[in-house]
Design a binder for this molecule. Structure first.
Ligand code: PMP
Length: 333
């Protein structure tokens, strides 16, 4: 009999998919790590598991305790799913602006949702600060206590990518990987993979692919936390150097605007058979830019973070796109 002892055993060990058209076009071997195949259908299952296991090991998370987090959605889905499998309740603070599909997925996984206005990080009512205060209150009053997952500054997040995602990419490419790029939300994926790969091959090129509105591109290019434009992508973009990003060996940065992200995303549907979320569009557009910089013959890996159906009402909704003056592909309208 072959069995998995827990749902958590299904997290990670995702395949690398060769993106055939993108590879042909660039002359490089371009692979996407299929993180949408995790049980919670996103890359954030790994961070959720890493944070929960770390809090158990330190004794902060006690049996029957509550996990509290501020999240754009996918981390919350991972925390609720892994939490339920391991016997914890989850309370999620989410900005109202995030997609309905993600809010529904959170509720279906048993998370208690607190929706708050989307306000900047320096406002005390920002969802991150709100979730920290909620965790502190629950830790006092709940019999089994509560923890704040704190995905942005809790390095248990990047540690799981150092321990799993990075080594998986190394083994799956048999050490042939020359470049890696992805977008930053917390920075856990980029920093963790970067650290794991650089440890094995010092001259591997690590690049951040950053949407409009995010300050990370300018930080690595100019040493300034400045930005331009905005983006309809969710779960990525960052205005500060999180603890997860600190000390990450980043060589380069690309800014990818929504029109390039969408063109990449829509071509993936018709040319590769993949319907993915906006961050995957940023990542693959970034992989193409990295291919151009490194030149033909190189092996480049990026991350396919989640499925497109989590954004059916936005990225794949002709009315939404028209309202924003963004291109609508003929097969969608
Ligand atoms: N893509 C999606 C869809 C996400 O939800 C997130 C995390 N919020 C990311 C990418 C970024 O991952 P990380 O937090 O590891 O930087």
């Amino acid at each position: 009999m072959t069995t998995s002892q827990s749902l958590t055993d299904l997290i990670g060990k995702t395949p690398l998919i060769r993106l055939n058209r993108v590879s042909e076009e660039t002359g490089c071997e371009i692979y996407g790590k299929a993180e949408f195949l995790n049980p919670g259908q996103s890359v954030k299952d790994r961070a959720a598991l890493g944070i929960i296991r770390d809090a158990e090991a330190s004794g902060a998370l006690k049996p029957g305790g509550i996990i509290v987090e501020g999240t754009a959605g996918n981390t919350g889905i991972g925390l609720a799913m892994v939490g339920a499998a391991l016997g914890y309740r989850t309370q999620i603070v989410i900005p109202r602006t995030q997609s309905e599909e993600k809010k529904i997925a959170l509720r279906l996984h048993g998370a208690e949702l607190v929706e708050v206005d989307a306000v900047p990080y320096d406002n005390p009512n920002n969802y991150v600060h709100y979730s920290r205060r909620l965790a502190e209150e629950l830790a006092e009053k709940e019999p089994n206590g509560a923890i704040w997952a704190n995905q942005f500054d809790n390095v248990a997040n990047r540690n799981i990518h150092i321990a799993t995602t990075g080594p998986e990419i190394w083994e799956q490419t048999e050490g042939k990987v020359d470049g890696f790029t992805c977008a930053v939300g917390t920075g856990g994926t980029l920093a963790g993979v970067a650290m794991a790969l650089k440890e094995r091959k010092n001259d591997v090129t690590i690049a951040v692919s950053d949407p409009g509105g995010s300050k990370i591109h300018d930080w690595y290019k100019k040493g300034e936390l400045t930005t331009e434009g905005g983006s309809i992508t969710e779960g990525i973009g960052q205005g500060r150097v999180t603890a997860n990003l600190e000390g990450a060996p980043i060589d380069d940065a690309f800014r990818i605007h929504d029109s390039e992200m969408l063109e990449t995303l829509f071509r993936l549907v018709t040319e590769e058979g993949l319907c993915l979320g906006g961050s995957s569009g940023i990542n693959i557009a970034g992989a193409k830019r990295l291919a151009k910089e490194l030149g033909p013959g190189h092996t480049i890996v990026t991350v396919l973070c989640d499925y497109g159906h989590r954004y059916a009402s936005k990225l794949y909704n002709p009315e939404f796109l028209r309202e924003k003056d963004l291109p609508v592909p003929p097969w969608l309208s």
